[in-house]
Design a protein around this ligand. Sequence first.
Ligand code: ADP
Ligand code: ZN
Length: 518
Amino acid sequence: MPSDPLDILKRVFGFQSFRPLQEEIVARILDGQDAFVLMPTGGGKSLCFQLPALLRQGVGIVVSPLISLMKDQVDALRASGVRAAYYNSSLGQKAARQVLAELHAGQLDLLYIAPERLMSPGFLERLRDMDVALIAIDEAHCISQWGHDFRPEYTQLGVLRRSFPGVPLVALTATADVQTRQDILSRLELDDDDCFVTSFDRPNIRYTVLEKHQPARQLMKFLAGHGSEAGIVYALSRKRVEEVAKKLCDAGLSAAAYHAGLGDGERQRVQDEFLRDELQIVVATVAFGMGIDKSNVRFVVHYDLPKNIEGYYQETGRAGRDGLAAEALLLFGYGDIALCRGLIEKGHNEEQNRIELHKLNAMASFAEALTCRRQVLLGYFGEHATEDCGNCDICLQPPETYDATEDARKALSCVYRVGQRFGAGHVIDVLRGTRNERMLRLGHDRLSTYGIGADVSRDAWGSLVRQLVHRGYLYQDVGNYSVLRLTEKARPLLRGEITLQLAKPRIKVKAVKKPSSR
Ligand code: ADP
Ligand code: ZN
């Protein structure tokens, strides 16, 4: 019996080589240690626990919140000759008994299980009496309140590390946000040495943002360029989903609506048909897509503005999982910002609302960016690309530029003069010499930069400041009232040692009003 990971990779999974970090993660687990895997959707997370489960003694336990995904994964594994099963509420009594019998007889390599089943009375005791190869926690961000998909039944999983000493614990997620990541690590008692993080770049996805004016027509025009290719159109509300789906159907396209208000049967039907390539376009709320493994989705359209970059990234990431060229189109309208803002403010937790408004602001600023979209997107997740990607609307059709050196210096010195303790709104007020109560109270009307930019419009200043942020001359502290600070890069510009070309604003955006600021 050969026991070499590469051999199993080829023989069982039919792949010729490992994807980035897979080999290292597998080796670590085979070594009996834990792992935290942060990889974008489609990065190949499953293999990281499936493969070592085959090489280690005993059954690999896989916790997953997604019942539909479990079945698909188990079916695929069985087709490759792996002894896999799932145990969740969708099983009848007889089938459930059968699975447990196989488990006890040591006939399973992998058992997929819903969290509440795993943590139900007696189940952990059962496991303690048998060989467990590893415990994998898929969609691990569900354990964190910071994540965007918190699930109470996941919190109990925190006991697993202690309950099974010596059994490798593997937590996997595609959610990149720093706070969530820390939270997962601490709840599952993992440490920094356990972390494996791959790049979040999806070079085959072309990002495009269009100013939204006649969305239905803009969508039709876009679809006309995609023949019968498969795609997803995301809209904000159920009502909008229904409307758009109807329009597409009326136009003779193969499209269907998907949202949480539809019956289980209908949703299952839409999903199955889409997976089987019998349905071309799904128009959906964000309820659609989690855990759907369809590799040939050629486009994702956001008909409305997503509430945050995490969501946008995750949803667009469903395109092009086969690595072939794919498109992500965002229709961006001013009204959407207000709409999202309204939705967020319905929330009752003030602190949470504040976080979400800042995230919305970052989303709007991505949409309005005049720098490479990919740079903005990756920068948001803490990954800094230095070169333009050549595969986004900004790179492909660069906006007109102008010599912004003087304006940039004015803005930077103004940020400095207000003590690097204020957000863009106030900095622009100072530049434009706005007279209001706050200005006078702070004495900022006496600053040397007060009113030095009165000849430039508010929108133009806004665009300039955003570009300075995207290009790394200013740092915008999203966790702290979006306060602007200078970076090292700002120095030579301030000292007049370099000049700066910036893009002329192409679209105008009203910034999201903050609930509170200093
Ligand atoms: P994730 O869970 O990170 O979203 P998956 O585990 O579903 O990703 O893998 C995404 C796709 O990549 C699957 O179709 C899988 O079969 C494929 N894949 C995974 N690892 C490899 C590899 N080493 N070589 C080729 N394809 C791979
Ligand atoms: Zn680009």
